[in-house]
Each structure stands twice: as structure tokens, then as C-alpha cells.
Design a protein around this ligand. Structure first.
Ligand code: GLN
Length: 280
């Protein structure tokens, strides 16, 4: 006899007892192995797993116990309304980053061109593209593996209004190319102790760390955005919980106007936006 759903769940909970989110982890992994949704788990607790399912589940629980991110174990993560493929070439999309998507949406009008810099899985560009089919998006990343993954995610969701380019920030674009530029760049300080904890241990440092104060890339993006935005264009960036004032100063120094700070769903400062003057 193989364990039932109920027994497999109890096993998973006992094994992951010391982790931060055992309930959610066990539920997501069990749904992944059984190819079902959480409601189906609840309504059929007496269903027995097959031998193959039990083996796969036990192996995933063992890997989770070693700290591997759930998104790497299942190969996917939900973001905005999309289910995105994830692998170890990019950052795992965070719910916090949905803030950037909601800030961009009211600014994007039919016929505009927008850029998502350091797109990773494609999370920001693809969410926006799904909501704004009349906007043309360019999504860049320095890592070819990330672009391949992002393109795969675009194909999966049949989004053809995003074009992917291998590039370092705005290096190769002509002046006045975009109506809006958005980015969730690396912003963690090189010596931040959080880099030794949780999921970030399994994510590429290039997607996380940005110099001694974490702001090297935000400074570079801001400087380049001044040239690459059209007059009246918007720049929106995600940043760390204690960087809001410095990011606002950085945009002000570069000449942006109407600068504002925004909090994520956990109440932490998480994004800053600013606009270039309408005329120059
Ligand atoms: N928000 C992520 C974290 O703190 C970092 C993401 C990033 O550097 N862009 O784990």
C-alpha cells in the first residue's frame, strides 16, 4: 500500500517542520506531483499516491529540506496572471514586483513603446504585454539563458508584442526610443548577510548584487534613461526596503520630475518613479 494524500502531507509537514512555510511548500509540491489543484487535495485526502508519485514527492521534500527554492523544484512560479517557467539562470519572480506592473499600467497607452531592463523570466514585460496588447515592449537581459527562458514564457502565453534583446541596460538604444522604462535590477549590497539565507542562495548573484551600496545598476539605468526616454517619458525602478530616498535623489540628480515613492504589499518602500520634462 502506498501513502494517501493525507499521509503524504503529514510526512511533508514533519520533514519541513523547521522551514518558514511548510504548509504552502507541501501543498505546492504535492499539487505539482499529482498534477492537481489545492481544492482537489482537500476533497480527496484518502486517494493513494502511485509508487512513482510517492518517490518523486519524497525526493522533492528532501531537496526542499536542503533549502532549494520551491520554484526550482516545480520549475514554475505564478506572477500577476501568468504561470512562468523558472530555472536557476534568473531571479525567481517575487510578489513584491507586481507593484511595478500595477504602477506601469495606467501610464501605458495604445501605440507606445516600453522597455523592461534585466527581464529575467520576462515577468514584468510579459505581465504588461498581456494587459496591453497595443503596446510594443522591448525586454533586455545580459544573460542569454534568461532571454531564452523569457522567450519560452512569451511563447507559452502567446504574447507576441515583446521583443527580447541581449544587452547591458540601455547601452545599445537610440536616444528617445521609449515612452516608459521599467526595471527590477540587482540592488543588494555585496556584503548583505541576506545573501546567505533562503532562496537567494540558489539564484544567480548577477541578478541580485550591485556593488558596495547595491545602487550601481540603478545609477547606471537612471543616467542612461535620461537619453533613451522620450520627453515626458517615465522611469520606474524597484529597490531595497532602505534605498527609497537614495533612489529618489538619484532620479532628481539626473533631472527627473514628479518623483514619487511606493510601498509593496508588505508596506515596505519598494519602487520609485519619475518623469522627464515634457519639453526640453
Ligand atoms: N527582492 C529580492 C530580494 O530581496 C532581490 C531582487 C533584486 O535584487 N532585484 O530577495
Amino acid at each position: 500500500m502506498m501513502p494517501t494524500i493525507q499521509e503524504a502531507r503529514a510526512f511533508g509537514l514533519a520533514e519541513l517542520a523547521v522551514s518558514i512555510s511548510p504548509d504552502v511548500d507541501v501543498q505546492v509540491l504535492l499539487c505539482h506531483v499529482l498534477a492537481c489543484n489545492p481544492t482537489q487535495l482537500m476533497t480527496a485526502p484518502e486517494t493513494e499516491l502511485t509508487e512513482a508519485q510517492w518517490q518523486q514527492f519524497a525526493e522533492l521534500i528532501a531537496r526542499r529540506k536542503q533549502g532549494e527554492p520551491v520554484a526550482h523544484l516545480t520549475g514554475s512560479r505564478g506572477f500577476w496572471s501568468l504561470d512562468l517557467e523558472v530555472d536557476n539562470s534568473t531571479l525567481i519572480p517575487r510578489p513584491d514586483t507586481e507593484l511595478l506592473v500595477s504602477l506601469c499600467l495606467p501610464k501605458l497607452k495604445h501605440g507606445m513603446t516600453a522597455a523592461d531592463l534585466g527581464t529575467g523570466t520576462g515577468a514584468i514585460a510579459l505581465s504588461l504585454a498581456s494587459e496591453k496588447p497595443g503596446v510594443h515592449f522591448v525586454a533586455t537581459d545580459l544573460q542569454f539563458a534568461a532571454l531564452k527562458l523569457a522567450q519560452k514564457n512569451a511563447d507559452k502565453h502567446e504574447l507576441d508584442n515583446v521583443h527580447f534583446l541581449q544587452m547591458s541596460w540601455l547601452g545599445g538604444f537610440r536616444p528617445r526610443s521609449f515612452d516608459l522604462i521599467v526595471s527590477n535590477p540587482p540592488y543588494i549590497r555585496a556584503d548583505d548577510p541576506h545573501l546567505l539565507q533562503g532562496d537567494v542562495r540558489f539564484e544567480p548573484r548577477t541578478a541580485l548584487v550591485s556593488g558596495d551600496d547595491g545602487l550601481d545598476d540603478i545609477r547606471r539605468i537612471t543616467e542612461q534613461a535620461v537619453d533613451c526616454l522620450k520627453p515626458g517619458g517615465w522611469l520606474l525602478v524597484e529597490h531595497g526596503y532602505d534605498q527609497s530616498q537614495r533612489v529618489q535623489d538619484c532620479l532628481a540628480l539626473a533631472g527627473f520630475e514628479h518623483i514619487s515613492a511606493h510601498q509593496d504589499f508588505g508596506g515596505q518602500d519598494r519602487a520609485v518613479m519619475g518623469q522627464l520634462a515634457e519639453t526640453d
